[in-house]
Ligand binder design. Structure first.
Ligand code: GLY
Length: 352
């Protein structure tokens, strides 16, 4: 089992290993005395893994209850969130107890946000069940729900007490869901690790999954330790996300996050290359790596549509939109673009 320690205000460990879901209770017990544990999950993950996790927790002495909501982004609402809070209250959970978020990014965000506010904050543990959540949402303490006006508009920073990533669960994901994580892993390579990019682009991922998860979460750890609440460097993690969110928004969230971020990286690389800021050939390198794993590279929206999506995003800062420009594999910088210039940038990005 691999361990990565995150030194945030409250430090915590990320455990990575194949099959560790059966050791979850023992691992948790080392840091959280047996108490009530509320598993928060979705109805799909519930059917797959809740029994094993429950058994492991019960064997370690925890008293377990479970709450499952319908899987999918459509559930990431204030209603589901308040239902979770009511459930915690019905179970008479106290600040000495623990929430166990078992699922992908939606579950982690919702359970984490419930943990952030229930009794003004209780302990929670992340057990990510998608590759994407394992290398992104489960680490760093961002928790949120969606509002009618947009994604992740209400939330809190609340770090988990520990993260347990069972890579055997990730290995069993359907290829399209696994590929979402590949796009995010490539993002870490473009951000700051050429070897990681080459490894993902050219070699098999499944045979090196533990190492790849460790490399990605270590990179995220380094960034989050410097900037826990996204005042500066943490914004680098948004590489591909500004165009990516605009694509998701235009698709009415039918396109997956990973696919949209992949296309978003291609678009921003093309813009950076065209403006003479990026190394020649960078866009093609990113396109090839994505295609290698069956991920899309083409944007089906106009510059106007992309601009509407970008201006709708919460990351707008007055008249400035911050883009993460890749200059070469392993080196990116945050660039301020005036709102009035975004459509022109989008035109360049889509190759017009
Ligand atoms: N998902 C980006 C971050 O955690 O900052």
């Amino acid at each position: 089992m691999k361990t990565v320690t995150v030194h945030t205000k409250t430090p915590y460990d990320i455990y990575i290993g194949a099959g560790i879901r059966t050791q979850i209770g023992e691992q948790m017990k080392k840091q959280i005395a047996p108490c009530k544990a509320a598993i928060i999950t979705d109805d799909v993950v519930f059917g797959l893994y809740a029994t094993q996790v429950r058994q492991s927790l019960e064997q370690a002495g925890y008293t377990v209850c479970a709450y499952a909501f319908s899987a999918g982004e459509a559930s990431k609402t204030i209603t589901t969130w308040s239902n979770i809070l009511e459930f915690l209250a019905e179970q008479e959970m106290t600040r000495k107890d623990v929430i166990v978020a078992l699922g992908g990014g939606v579950v982690g965000d919702m359970a984490g946000f419930a943990a952030a506010v229930y009794q003004r904050g209780i302990t929670f543990v992340q057990i990510p069940t998608t590759f994407l959540a394992a290398i992104d949402a489960s680490v760093g303490g961002k928790t949120a729900i969606d509002l009618k006006a947009g994604k992740n508009l209400a939330g809190a920073f609340h770090q988990p007490r520990m993260v347990l990533c069972d890579t055997e669960i990730l290995q069993q994901l359907p290829q399209s869901i696994f590929a979402d994580g590949i796009a995010e892993a490539l993002k870490y390579g473009v951000l700051g690790n050429q070897d990681l990019f080459v490894q993902i682009a050219e070699a098999g991922i499944h045979s090196h999954l533990d190492e790849i998860v460790e490399m990605c979460v270590s990179m995220k750890r380094d960034i989050v330790e410097k900037d826990e609440t996204e005042q500066g460097d943490r914004k680098l993690l948004n590489l591909g996300h500004t165009f990516g969110h605009a694509i998701e928004w235009n698709s009415a969230f039918c396109m997956s996050h990973g696919q949209a971020v992949g296309i978003g990286m291609v678009l921003v690389a093309r813009a950076a290359e065209h403006m003479g800021k990026a190394k020649k050939g960078l866009t093609e390198q990113i396109e090839k790596a994505l295609q290698q794993h069956g991920l899309p590279i083409h944007c089906m929206y106009t510059a106007k549509e992309l601009t509407a999506g970008i201006l709708h995003d919460k990351k707008r800062k007055g008249n400035i939109i911050q883009f993460v420009f890749p200059y070469e594999i392993g080196h990116c910088e945050i660039v301020d673009i005036a709102v009035s210039d975004v459509e022109a940038l989008a035109n360049i990005a889509i190759g017009k």
